[in-house]
Design a protein around this ligand. Structure first.
Ligand code: NCD
Length: 323
C-alpha cells in the first residue's frame, strides 16, 4: 500500500465498513479475543527511521489487535545500515523474518522502491507506506477521509464538500495524499491556503488538474478560506525539510487558527489536523465541538487495523462475526 491513488471509492467504502465493524467488535473481551486470534501466526516489522508518535503507535496497536507480533527499528543508527549495509539488503533481510513491513522514512519513494525490490524476490511480503519523506502518507489520508465520512454521516456525506487545507503545502505529505484520495469523491472543492512560496508544487498542481472530481483554489487569504469550509485541515510548518527545499520559515501566526477565528467557521464545520501541532492550532479550540482531531487520531488505529485485515484477506471472517 504505497500511494493514495491506489484506492478507488469502492475500496474505501469497503474499508470503512470493516473499520466500523472492528470498532464494534473491540467493545468487549470476547470480540477482542476473536480478533486477536486472526493473525496470531503472523509477524510484522515496523521500520520507522523518521520521528513518529501516532502513526507508529496506531500501527503497532493495529497489529496487536489482530494478534500479530511486532518488531521495530526506529533508527538506522541501530541497525546494520550503520555498518554499511545497503538499505535494500536490510529490507530484504526484514522479509526473511516477517509477513508485513510498515515503513516510514525521510526518503521520498522509499517504500515504492522497496516494494518493487521485494516483488522480484521469493518472499514479496506486503509493504505499507507509513510516510515517505515529503512525498506521500497514504494511510493518514485513509484516516482523514474515514473521519470526514463519519463526521458528515448525518450531513449529506463527503461528496460536494469544501475542504480548506492550510499550512506548509509544498512539503506537507499529508495534504498531498489527502487531496489525491478526495479525487475518489464527487464534486469536492479544495481551498489551498498558504504563503505563495509554501504553496503546492507545480508537479502536484498538474497532477490535480488531471483529476476530474477535484476543483481547487489556491490563495493566501486565510479568513476567506476558513469561512467557506465544511472542513478545515490545519498543518504545521515542515521545517525538517529545510535542507531539501531551502525554504526556511513564514509568519505562521497569519496561518494559525485561533479561538477568536471560530466566529468565521461554519457551525457544522469540522476541524482536523494530522498532528503534531504547534502554534497553528490553538489548544483553546480543543473543547469546541467542531474540533475532531482527537477522534481523528483514534480513527487511525481502526482504519489501519482494517487495512491490515484486508491485506490478509480477513474481511469475510470479520464482517461475518456475530457477538
Ligand atoms: C504527519 C506526518 O508525519 O507527515 N504526522 C502524522 O503522521 N500524523 C504530519 C506532520 O508531521 O506534520
Amino acid at each position: 500500500m504505497i500511494e493514495a491513488s491506489q484506492f478507488q471509492r469502492a475500496h474505501l467504502d469497503k474499508l470503512f465498513l470493516l473499520a466500523n465493524k472492528i470498532r464494534f467488535i473491540c467493545k468487549n473481551k470476547e470480540g477482542s479475543l476473536f480478533l486477536s486470534s486472526l493473525l496470531a501466526h503472523r509477524n510484522a516489522m515496523l521500520y520507522f527511521t523518521q520521528p513518529s508518535t501516532r502513526t507508529f503507535l496506531s500501527f503497532q496497536t493495529a497489529c496487536h489487535l489482530l494478534g500479530m507480533r511486532t518488531s521495530e527499528i526506529r533508527s538506522s543508527e541501530l541497525s546494520s545500515e550503520k555498518k554499511g549495509e545497503s538499505l535494500f539488503d536490510s529490507i530484504r533481510t526484514f522479509s526473511s523474518y516477517v509477513d508485513l513491513i510498515v515503513m516510514r522514512s525521510p526518503v521520498a519513494n522509499l517504500s515504492k522502491n522497496a516494494a518493487k525490490l521485494l516483488d522480484n524476490t521469493p518472499r514479496p511480503v506486503p509493504i505499507i507506506n507509513g510516510g515517505s519523506g515529503p512525498d506521500e502518507h497514504p494511510t493518514q489520508a485513509l484516516l482523514d477521509v474515514y473521519t470526514l465520512q463519519r463526521c458528515f454521516e448525518l450531513n449529506g456525506g463527503l461528496d460536494g464538500k469544501t475542504i480548506c487545507m492550510v499550512g506548509d503545502l509544498k512539503r506537507g505529505r499529508t495534504i498531498r495524499s489527502l487531496a489525491l484520495m478526495l479525487a475518489s469523491f464527487r464534486d469536492i472543492t479544495i481551498f489551498f491556503i498558504s504563503p505563495k512560496e509554501f504553496g503546492i508544487t507545480d508537479e502536484f498542481r498538474r497532477l490535480l488538474m488531471s483529476k476530474e472530481n477535484i476543483n481547487f483554489i489556491e490563495s493566501e487569504d486565510f479568513v476567506a478560506g476558513i469561512k467557506c469550509a465544511d472542513a478545515i485541515y490545519m498543518t504545521r510548518l515542515q521545517d525538517e525539510y529545510d535542507d531539501l527545499f531551502h525554504l526556511g520559515s513564514y509568519d505562521t501566526e497569519r496561518y494559525s487558527l485561533k479561538y477568536d477565528d471560530l466566529k468565521y467557521v461554519k457551525n457544522n464545520a469540522v476541524i482536523l489536523h494530522p498532528m503534531p501541532r504547534r502554534s497553528e492550532l490553538d489548544v483553546a479550540i480543543d473543547s469546541d465541538s467542531r474540533a475532531q482531531y482527537w477522534r481523528q487520531e483514534r480513527n487511525g488505529m481502526w482504519i489501519r487495523t482494517a487495512l491490515i485485515a484486508t491485506i490478509f484477506h480477513l474481511e469475510k471472517d470479520i464482517l461475518g462475526y456475530n457477538s
